[in-house]
Design a protein around this ligand. Structure first.
Ligand code: ZN
Length: 179
């Protein structure tokens, strides 16, 4: 079984390959991998690098949802815990967006502590990407909508890691300043 830096490096490489060609929302048209790097790095930083599996799950957190990757494949390569964490933060893409959003709010408090950390790091990264210099009306509306929802999801996830909660609050405050 892979551990430590080998686990994290292989997770990053698989994520890079699977998400290759995908771009994230935002005006920079950034490669999707930037989002995964940010989430993994947030998780590593707030836990002082103590949990390689959590960081690997950060790299991989969107693979089941957005790429042709299964839980079984992740379990085989990265172990049951990493695969389980990714599965926990995966939305059911057969549902409409509004229903997926509603379920994230309802399900957030039921997630494991580590899945909650990934959820918060994901929202921090997504909020940061939606903060524009001199946003237009449409960008403001999208950001306000995203913030209202993210706040509800994160309400059900907070209290595990104070540093991560603070980073979320800072991203939220900074974003609100631009509205
Ligand atoms: Zn994500």
């Amino acid at each position: 079984m892979l551990t430590g830096l080998c686990l994290v490096s292989e997770a990053a490489e698989l994520a890079a390959r699977r998400h290759s060609g995908q771009h994230r929302k935002g005006d920079e048209n950034e490669p999707y991998i930037n989002h995964l790097a940010e989430v993994a790095s947030l998780l590593a930083s707030v836990t002082d690098g103590a949990d390689a599996e959590l960081v690997a799950a950060g790299w991989l957190h969107d693979t089941i949802e957005d790429t042709d990757t299964s839980r079984d494949e992740l379990a085989e390569r990265f172990g049951a815990r990493v695969a389980g964490l990714v599965e926990e933060v995966t939305d059911d893409m057969t549902l409409a967006k509004s229903e997926r959003r509603r379920l994230q709010v309802v399900d957030a408090p039921k997630k494991s502590p580590d899945a909650k950390l990934i959820k918060i790091a994901d929202k921090i990264s997504n909020i940061r990407a939606r903060i524009f210099f001199e946003p237009d009306a449409e960008q403001k509306e999208e950001l306000a909508d995203y913030l209202a929802w993210a706040e509800q999801v994160v309400k059900g996830c907070r209290g595990i890691n104070a540093r991560l909660d603070t980073l979320f609050d800072e991203a939220m405050a900074h974003a609100k300043d631009t509205l």
